[in-house]
Design a protein around this ligand. Sequence first.
Ligand SMILES: C[S@@+](CC[C@H](N)C(=O)[O-])C[C@H]1O[C@@H](n2cnc3c(N)ncnc32)[C@H](O)[C@@H]1O
Length: 220
Amino acid sequence: MNREYWDGFEDYELKEEHDIDDFVEGLANKVSKAFSGLEDRYHPAYLGLKNSSLLYGLIREKKPEVVIETGVCNGMSSAVILKALDDNGEGKLYSIDLPVKAGSIEGRTGAVLPPEKESGWVVPKGLRQRWKLKLGNTYYELPKLFEMIGYVDIFLHDSGHSYETMMFEFGIAWSHLKEDGLLLADNTDKNRAFLDFSKAQGRIPYRLNVLALVERSEPR
Ligand SMILES: C[S@@+](CC[C@H](N)C(=O)[O-])C[C@H]1O[C@@H](n2cnc3c(N)ncnc32)[C@H](O)[C@@H]1O
């Protein structure tokens, strides 16, 4: 973790603290089991306990109608968002993922699915009724999704973390964010995309632990 990177951020305060560690640990155990036979170079790359509780708390507080996330992989962030929407009793999650299975690409390391699993497999069956998952490349699927649904209340980027992909997603999400909407991203410290983007929009970059966040509304 690059500590200096976060010096440019302000802390985002939630009104209430939530603890969903038991829920997340239950899913993390399933993921660990599924990864137990795989080489160490592969990992499930999911949100940690703290980020999960904060993401859950944010969704409980904002009560969004529409959430979009890019990057599903085993489905931990999807499960956390869906649990929050379920507990809110309203809202839908649209997810986009171009999954990679362990062993399918020579030399590949990092975020993968175990060979016998599908994107989002760890999401409990009982939480899936508010969920639409689209498999494909964000460059193709995200514009199509916005054409279909028109707007988003909360957008979470966690797909490919290249500068170009992040800027592409931030740009299109920003132009479809509701007035009081939020743009969130994981793993932003890999490059300057998030900071460049929030600066170009004249917005304060906030952090929720290691999730970066920017508000659509004008700074007061
Ligand atoms: C870090 S993982 C997502 C982890 C997930 N958000 C979680 O917390 O459990 C990133 C996922 O995005 C996918 N991905 C990478 N580039 C993509 C692209 N251009 N379009 C769609 N998905 C992509 C990867 O294959 C992987 O499944």
